[in-house]
Design a protein around this ligand. Structure first.
Ligand code: KIV
Length: 271
């Protein structure tokens, strides 16, 4: 990899070129300045300020409760830590479904108040008008198909989606529709790898998978899951790269011991 390439900012065009050149796209979630700065410096292509903040930052069971104001707070913190990565922000549940004008107003608030580069919304045909209006205003849109967590109460379960022919057909059509409307990429969540392969080959825009197998043009993971901060969540698709839960626990236990035993602070750690 040349230095020139390493320093270049990632844009939606970069992602299109990466797909065309067969280079896989890396995406990870972040919700604050400090982690975003680490991920950006490590060279991740896309940082997603996901509405999964509702789960991993706020402790809610679903992504539904997070508000537009709250995602704006997270996204503006992330942006301050980023030099190179493309930053995509989730439109929260309730901020784009009622009508396309409301969707555009929400997207504009995100772009104006955070400095982010793009928004993401869940769904295909149902949200196409909203996607169209946002795109017409010049805001890049990422789609999200398959398991769409904002619809969890409709699905009733977090199991793999689109195993049945009818749902798979709808998903393929939705991916094409989002591409035709001008979306720059689409997340495919928890669908069979063969279906993700078919979709990835049928559209020119990059597909970013989570639990959608190896044929997607890129992959995304929630930072708390892949860093092992949240150790209870162990779906088959997850690769855990660290066990930060245990690392942090032992560091904090050591700190407690050091304080209690008067080992900390020592002579050199005081003024
Ligand atoms: O909110 C999120 O973290 C997401 C990813 C799972 C794609 O939408």
């Amino acid at each position: 990899m040349s230095t020139h390439r390493e320093l270049k900012k990632i844009t939606t065009n970069t992602l299109q070129k990466m797909k065309a050149n067969g280079e896989k796209i890396s995406m990870i979630t972040a919700y604050d300045f400090s982690f975003a700065r680490i991920f950006d410096a490590a060279g991740v292509d896309v940082i997603l300020v996901g509405d999964s903040a509702s789960n991993v930052m706020a402790g809610h069971e679903t992504t539904l409760p997070i508000t537009l104001d709250q995602i704006i707070y997270h996204a503006s913190s992330v942006i301050r830590g980023v030099n190179r990565s493309l930053v995509v922000v989730d439109l929260p549940f309730g901020s784009y479904q009622s009508n396309s004008k409301e969707a555009l107003a929400s997207a504009i608030r995100i772009m104006k108040e955070t400095g982010a580069h793009a928004v993401k919304l869940e769904g295909g045909e149902e949200v196409v008008e909203s996607a169209r209006r946002i795109l017409a205003a010049g805001v890049p849109v990422m789609g999200h198909l398959g398991l769409t967590p904002q619809s969890i109460y409709k699905f009733g379960t977090y199991t793999v989606r689109a195993r049945e022919e009818a749902e798979a057909e709808k998903l393929k059509n939705d991916a094409k529709l989002l591409e035709q409307e001008g979306c720059f990429a689409v997340v495919l969540e928890k669908i069979p790898a063969t279906l993700a392969k078919e979709v990835s080959e049928s559209v020119q825009i990059p597909t970013i998978g989570i639990g959608a197998g190896r044929y997607c043009d890129g992959q995304v993971l929630v930072m708390h899951d892949m860093l092992g901060i949240n150790t209870e969540f162990k779906p088959r698709f997850l690769r855990q790269y660290l066990n930060l839960h245990d690392e942090i626990t032992s560091a904090v236990k050591q700190y407690i011991d050091d304080v209690k035993s008067r080992d900390f602070p020592n002579e050199n750690e005081q003024y």
